[in-house]
Each structure stands twice: as C-alpha cells, then as structure tokens.
Ligand binder design. Structure first.
Ligand SMILES: *Cc1c(COP(=O)(O)O)cnc(C)c1O
Length: 387
C-alpha cells in the first residue's frame, strides 16, 4: 500500500484527495483491501455499482458480450444498444435514446438538444438554460457552467455562455429567470446529490413542469445520480408525477462500466438528426449488455425493497445521538452530523464501513440489493461514529 501510494502520488494527476485504502476485490456490498481487511461498501463507487461488486448476473452478461464483440462503431447496428434503448423507452415513457459514456456527456447531449429545439421553434436568441443554485451537472466547461455552485467556476473562466441559476424550490424565481432570459429550458436534479442530498419539493417540481409545458420550455431532468432505481423508482421524476422532455442518466446505468444516456421525449425525439451529435464509444455493446442486466432486475420488488431499506435507515438514524438530520430519497441518503462529516467517514472507515460525503453531510449510496443484515451492520457502525 505505501509503495502504491508513492507511485500514485508521483504519476496520477493530483485531482483527487484519496482515502488511504486500496480495495483489491469485492463481492456484492463487501470489499477487501490489499491487507485482507473487509469493508461494507456504502458508496458503490458513487452510485455506480448498482448491484454491488462482481455481481454474478452482471459479470455473466458482460463477459458473454465481451467474448462476442467488445466494440463496433455506431456506423453499424448492435443488439445490446438497440435492446437497451427499447427497454429504457418502454420503462420511462420517453421516445428515443442517445448513448454516451458519462454523466457530464449525457448533460452535454441534453443541452445541445435543448438549444437546437428552442432555436428552431422560437429563434436563435432562445438559448439560455436555467439551472438551480447548489446543483451539480458535471466537470466539462459547459456542464460546469450549468452547475450552480460558484466555487467550481472560479479558475476556469470563461465558461460556456448561456446559463443562469435560480434558487431551488422557488418557483417564482425560476419562472422569472426563464422569462427574463428567453430561456430554452430548465434543468434540475430531483434530488441534489453533490449539493448535499437535498430532495426538491413536490409542489415545486410539479409547478415547474406545468409552467414549462405552458410556455414550451423544455424540462431537462439530470438523473445521473438519482436514476436507475436509486430513489425507489426507476427514475426520480417518477416520484414527482411529472414527465420530463429530456432525461440524462449515467452512474448506475452500466452497473460499473462507463455508460451515459440521454432520453428524449415526444417534443425532442427528432431534434437531433444525423450528424448533429455523436460518440465513438457511446452505446458500447459490453456496457449496454451490463445495463440490460441491471435494468432487468430493477423491478417492482427491488424498488419496494429500496424503499423499505430507506425507511429503515431514516428510522434508525433520525434522532440518534450526534445526528442532526437525515435527508434524501430511496438509497440516496445524506446525514447531517454534529461532528464534521469527514471525521465520521474516517471513523467508519477504521471500523470497516466505506461512506461518502456531500458538502457537510455523510452520504450513503449503497448497492440497491444490499442484504438487510449487511445494511444493519453498516448503519450500526455509522450510528456509533456519529457520537
Ligand atoms: C456525477 C454527476 C454528474 C457527472 O457525471 P460524470 O459521469 O462524472 O461526468 C452529473 N450530474 C449529476 C447529478 C451527478 O451526480
């Protein structure tokens, strides 16, 4: 470990503050480091390994595809890509899918589609996208501009033009921002993830969807973190009774391989045409085979269990000593602790539980199928670390 740390520090770009742990293998929600110490994984690689590590069905799906065709250009038809698009549309009420490789890239696709739609429909001056304060939409220059947190912007000016931020859960403020800027679209996370695991109010999301419909403003929902079963519905917007015009997703979709998707609804299904957008790796057959395995198992029973496990976490931690509040939805949980979140995460790590942080909170994104006894054990450790 100490040697690896030295090599990593010398040769890997300094963009990450790494924890002093070297995971070498895992199974489901358990992970082992190079010294054989066992941890319960309550982060899933930031909500990526939806069914845990080295999940048997996912490994089988991926390796079978790997042995047949690991990549083919988008100049040709491939079965996993077409079947995954069909599954996504049938289960989301959306009409078409563009595949890419990451969350930021999915948001880029969503933003490009929104600009083209509004330019064609209303005129080229309708290019602004309104996003929410405290949001997070990615690290590219455009998705950074979309991200409503100034501290991400400072060192990288000038960012892409045409983004304004309005306060979350303030419908009047968002409406004003839209009307004043001749906006093309509003983009939201239904639960702000990096911003501190903060769910939007139902009345806000519904009011926003109604307003967007009335004004022909596109509603873009960033489901990169909230999507694919994470909140107890297949996509988080389904908790709010709205139907977005564009949905972006990634993280958990591929179950551990890089895969992003932009889902287009009725208004936008034909907006991007041949040559308007593309990706060399997008729709990779191995990633899509993994995603088909993931989506195939996010059924009503699994979603019910996600909600039950969520309720268990809220019940156990709310009001516990050292816990100030618990927020989130499904298995996307933020814990505001009396102690600094980083200290709680450190104690948890020493005691064999890997957690994340989001702003000033401890954040949990366990595998959707984490077994109840494993979850109970992890929550006991977290509860102890808060005191
Ligand atoms: C993680 C995240 C992104 C960025 O995804 P990458 O795959 O890291 O590009 C965008 N939006 C939200 C809501 C996210 O949580």
């Amino acid at each position: 470990m100490s040697e690896l740390k030295t090599i990593d520090k010398e040769y890997v770009a300094n963009t990450y503050a790494r924890f002093p742990v070297e995971p070498v293998s895992g199974k489901g929600s358990l992970v082992w480091d190079e010294a054989g110490k066992e941890y319960i994984d309550m982060g899933s690689g930031i909500g990526v390994t939806a069914f845990g590590i080295a999940d048997d069905a996912w490994v089988a799906a991926v390796t079978e595809q790997l042995g047949k065709l690991q990549h083919m250009s988008n100049l040709y038809y491939t079965e996993p890509c077409a079947l995954l698009a069909k599954t996504l549309c049938e289960r989301s009420g959306m009409k078409k899918v563009f595949f890419c490789n990451s969350g930021a890239e999915a948001n880029e696709g969503a933003i490009k589609a929104a600009r083209k739609y509004a330019a064609e429909k209303k005129g080229p001056e309708y290019y602004t996208i309104v996003t929410l304060e405290n949001s997070f939409h990615g690290r590219t220059l455009t998705t950074l501009a979309a991200t409503g947190q100034d501290h991400y912007h400072e060192l990288f000016q000038p960012l892409t033009q045409g983004f304004v931020h309005a306060p979350a859960n303030d419908l009047e403020a968002v409406k004003n921002a839209v009307l004043q800027t001749k906006a093309a679209a509003v983009m939201i996370e239904c639960v702000q993830g990096e911003g501190g695991v903060i769910p939007m109010e139902k009345a806000f999301v519904q009011g926003l969807a109604d307003f967007c419909k009335k004004e022909d403003i596109l509603l873009l929902v960033d489901e990169v973190q909230t999507g694919n079963g994470r909140t107890g519905e297949l996509y988080a917007y389904m908790n709010f009774g709205v139907q977005p015009d564009v949905v972006s997703t990634a993280k958990g979709l591929g179950g551990g391989l890089p895969l992003g998707a932009v889902l287009f609804g009725e208004k936008t299904e034909f907006t991007l045409g041949a040559g308007d957008h593309g990706s060399t790796f997008g729709g990779n057959p191995v990633c899509c085979a993994g995603a088909l395995s993931v989506l195939g198992r996010i059924d009503d029973q699994l979603l019910k269990e996600v909600k039950e496990k969520s309720a268990y976490i809220f019940k156990t931690l709310e009001g516990a000593p050292g816990v100030e509040s618990v927020s989130g939805m499904g298995l996307m949980i933020g814990i505001k602790t009396a102690k600094p979140a980083g200290d709680v995460v450190k104690t948890c790590m020493e005691n064999g539980v890997l957690c994340l942080t989001a702003k000033d909170k401890v954040r949990l994104l366990p595998a959707l199928n984490i077994p109840m006894p494993v979850l109970e054990k992890a929550i006991e450790v977290i509860k102890g670390a808060c005191v």
